[in-house]
Design a binder for this molecule. Structure first.
Ligand SMILES: O=C(O)/C=C(\CC(=O)C(=O)O)C(=O)O
Length: 294
């Protein structure tokens, strides 16, 4: 673990390997974050972790090293509902990044318009108790109704143990839904285990639920080469090729004791999306449809 003199942690490697897999032209890293810089964009008073700065410049250097073209920057919980750091990342990207915001459900329509102008295309609802103090479903549904006119979607983050209780909420959402990290299934159960089966049933409940097939580092307890993740996730990519998204999850919040190698994460892609067509859908066509349709 790397902690600086202010107790701020680094959860990413400074020396990612160069992946063997070469992404198709125009590939999108559709789940990543920026932290700070805290001197300009302080963390929320409610932040559950205090990371070192992970700046847009660092993100774009990683993007280039890994062979990607674009980023979708997802507001991380440490910045609360102030999206300034995420908007700064988008603004510095030369139109090569878009974003997902976290908002107070009482946000005004004018503020939503400003987020849209800044490149935001979705709003994130985080249900992880270790990351947020509350997740008011009734208020989330109201704000989801109000983003319809902008053509946005919602991104939701929850763990497999609450999938059942999430179902009525997800069914009621009036816009497309993107699920972070497949709702964190236990991949060691295999592709036909209880968690992946329940998750597929959720995907079958609406045809506008998208899924990020991300985070082998979080989901596979055996670590590299992430064989259990690959075994569980490859059939999902093949069954829902037009609804899958991929991202690095850099700078890997809260992963400071098991920092992943970003190049190694990229080399998982051709094992879960085994044809060029599946890779193009996963990395280019799908994220472009969701984030750059205008
Ligand atoms: O970045 C992720 O996808 C996962 C996170 C952090 C997070 O979501 C946040 O801080 O908002 C996690 O599991 O700690």
């Amino acid at each position: 673990m790397s902690t600086d003199e202010q107790g701020r942690v680094r959860s990413w490697t400074l020396t990612p390997s160069k992946p063997a897999f070469v992404p198709p032209p125009g590939a999108v890293d559709a789940h990543c974050h920026v932290f700070g810089p805290a001197a300009d964009f302080p963390f929320s008073a409610k932040a559950k972790y205090q990371p070192q700065d992970a700046t847009p410049e660092m993100l774009f250097a990683l993007r280039d090293r890994l062979g990607f073209a674009r980023n979708v920057i997802v507001q991380a919980s440490c910045h609360g509902t102030d999206n300034a750091a995420t908007l700064n990342g988008i603004a510095k990207s030369n139109a090569l990044a878009r974003g997902v915001a976290v908002a107070d459900p009482a946000i005004s329509d004018e503020e939503l318009d400003a987020l849209h102008a800044g490149g935001i295309r979705g709003i994130r609802f985080n249900f992880l108790k270790r990351l947020v103090d509350d997740a008011p479903k009734d208020k989330f549904l109201e704000v989801a109704q109000r983003i319809r006119r902008l053509g946005w979607h919602v991104v939701i983050y929850f763990e497999a143990d609450i999938l059942d209780e999430m179902k009525p909420f997800i069914a009621a959402l009036p816009v497309p839904v993107v699920i972070d990290h497949m709702g964190r299934p236990d991949v060691t159960q295999g592709p036909d285990g209880a968690d992946m089966t329940a998750f597929r049933a959720l995907l079958d409940s609406r045809d506008d639920i998208w899924v990020k097939v991300t985070c082998p580092d979080r989901l596979d307890p055996k670590g590299e080469p992430y064989d259990d993740f690959v075994a569980a996730v490859r059939p999902l990519v093949e069954a829902y090729p037009d609804r899958v998204l991929w991202g690095t999850d850099w700078p890997h919040p809260n992963m400071e004791t098991r920092i992943p190698d970003d190049g190694g994460l990229v080399d998982v892609i051709p094992r879960i999306a085994v044809t060029e067509e599946l890779q193009r859908k996963l990395l280019v066509d799908n994220p472009m449809r969701l984030y750059w349709s205008d």
